[in-house]
Design a protein around this ligand. Structure first.
Ligand SMILES: [Ca+2]
Ligand SMILES: [Ca+2]
Length: 212
């Protein structure tokens, strides 16, 4: 069922509120959420994980706003990762407050765009995402939702899962990519959208009566 149809039927449709720059506290869930990084990071924080740290430190990487290219507007996130260690994952993350929601199960959907400089059918890197109730810190907490270099240019990536939410617990959302090849690479990410809607209970199977 579409969100508009649900709203028309009076079913509460819950989406996330737009974040603001430099906000350290979680943003409350209230309306539709999207971020295009046009005026700031929108509260999204860069983070990384390299399994062999600290022995193999440093990992050379950054995620910064840049006007070099954009899927939407004039800015995107410029994401650089040196794959020297043949490993390492970088991402942006942020918490959202869920206090406006009744405790329960919700389908959280994440959508964003990632830019690759070229198409390649080999040596693609994994594109990853996280939806959960704790701050993600390790690459093994992420789901692999696709690969880089599937097109030259921008490609949409999406991920959704049912998350159990409580008013006292933040919803954490994160997305990025990992290195699986010993080269430095730059990708870009832009226009993240998140929706949260009540997870529909599975319909019970109708009981079959055997006719004699
Ligand atoms: Ca943008
Ligand atoms: Ca983190």
């Amino acid at each position: 069922m579409s969100l508009l149809k649900m709203a028309a039927m009076g079913v509460p449709v819950i989406l996330l509120a737009q974040g603001s720059e430099g906000q350290s506290n979680p943003v409350s869930i209230a309306t539709a959420y999207s971020e295009s990084f046009e005026t700031g990071m929108g509260g999204w924080m860069p983070d990384h994980h390299l399994a062999c740290e600290p022995a193999c430190w440093p990992l050379s990487w950054h995620i910064v706003r840049s006007p070099t290219r954009a899927y939407h507007g004039a800015y995107s996130l410029d994401c650089y990762l040196n794959g020297d260690h043949d490993d390492g994952t970088i991402w942006v993350e942020r918490p959202f407050q869920t206090s406006a929601l009744a405790p329960g199960s919700y389908k959280v959907s994440l959508l964003f765009y990632l830019w690759s400089d070229s198409y390649s059918h080999v040596n693609r890197w994994p594109v990853v995402a996280f939806l959960g109730s704790a701050d993600p810190e390790r690459e093994d907490q992420f789901a692999i939702i696709g690969q880089t270099n599937m097109v030259a240019g921008w490609k949409q990536y999406s991920y959704s899962r049912v998350v159990s939410l409580k008013p006292t617990q933040a919803l954490w959302v994160a997305f990025g990519f990992g290195a699986t090849w010993e080269v430095p690479r730059t990708y870009a990410m832009d226009m993240v959208r998140i929706t949260v809607e009540p997870a529909r209970a599975r319909r019970a199977q109708p009981t079959r009566h055997h006719e004699r």
